[in-house]
Design a protein around this ligand. Structure first.
Ligand code: CP
Ligand code: NVA
Length: 303
């Protein structure tokens, strides 16, 4: 494993290894055991979109494992003035030990990896959000013990989160059901792969998707870059919400996850959100541990 560009590139074994390292790092962090595994290494973090969790968890995570992190806003880099990503990749590879990038186009992340010579980590594109789903899988395993036989139901836009949840869920042996409007389905190639490789359902029938689910997941109706469509999307996605009716058809002990930021009374009611805040904020914390594990695995740690 040289990069984390998308979960499709990882085997189930590699995902499990990351989750195991993450569990160990979480244990060490909770018990005050230092783990300066990447002493002297530097991560560059390129952001073309906003971030609270990704930025802070990568930056502090890198510090905790002994390295340092540079926040590189694309507004300040020459990339924002049109310097090609191919050149940026070759230059930054000579200074840094790894790059985390959050941007719009998945092709840009893939080009960084192709032209650079250091590990590239996808911190979210319009296509996928692999770091988030590694933290989600870690949280699911923490709460449910194992993946096999578990059902993950995602309700909402067939966006970057849906794409990564399908791949991560199916690879780890869960059954995955997506409830979304017909015109807002996840990536067709990912859905085809999921249908061929696991137990997968995509439907506009919310109760059918949520029935007997162990994990319910949702995300905003309008992602970053879609702010101009927000009002239109409110009308289209109305009802694609985790609420009491959805909870009633899921398993009685179902957990609720949300990548955050959340918009209460849109994709999730305030009541369900607060009832399940324990899981949701554990999930947010696990971004830190899962990403430290990714950096250790990619950037030369000895675990
Ligand atoms: N979930 C997530 O990636 O959050 P940020 O946009 O705050 O990084
Ligand atoms: N789908 C959301 C996820 C945010 C973490 C977005 O892309 O804005």
């Amino acid at each position: 494993m040289k990069h984390l560009l998308k979960l499709m590139d990882l085997s189930a074994k590699e995902i499990s290894e990351i989750l195991n390292i993450a569990d160990q790092l979480k244990y060490e962090r909770k018990n005050g055991i230092p783990h300066h595994i990447l002493e002297g290494k530097t991560l560059g973090m390129i952001f073309q979109k906003s971030s609270t969790r990704t930025r802070v968890s990568f930056e502090t995570g890198m510090y905790q494992i002994g390295g340092s992190a540079l926040f590189l806003s694309s507004r300040d880099l020459q990339i924002g003035r049109g310097e090609p990503v191919q050149d940026t990749a070759r230059v930054l590879s000579r200074y840094l030990d790894g790059i985390m990038i959050r941007t719009f186009d998945q092709a840009e992340v893939e080009a960084l990896a192709e032209y650079g010579s250091i590990p590239i980590i996808n911190g979210l594109t319009d296509y996928c959000h692999p770091c988030q789903v590694l933290a989600d899988l870690m949280t699911i395993r923490e709460y449910k013990g194992s993946f096999t036989g578990r059902k993950l139901c995602y309700i909402g836009d067939g966006n970057n989160m849906a794409n990564s949840l399908i791949v991560g869920g199916i690879k780890m042996g869960m059954s995955v059901a997506i409830a979304c409007p017909d015109d807002y389905q996840p990536d067709p190639e990912i859905m085809k792969w999921a249908a061929e490789n696991g137990d997968f359902l995509c439907t506009s029938d919310i109760p059918a998707a949520a029935k007997d689910a162990d994990v319910l997941y949702t995300d905003v109706w309008a992602s970053m870059g879609q702010e101009g469509e927000a009002e239109m999307r409110k009308a289209i996605f109305k009802g694609y919400q985790i609420n009491d009716e959805v909870m009633a058809v899921a398993k009685p002990d179902a957990m609720v996850l949300h990548c955050l930021p959340a918009r209460r009374e849109e994709e999730i009611t305030a009541k369900v959100f607060e009832t399940h805040a324990g899981e949701i904020f554990e999930e947010a914390e696990n971004r830190l541990h899962a990403q430290k594990a990714v950096m250790v695995k990619l950037m030369g740690g000895d675990r």
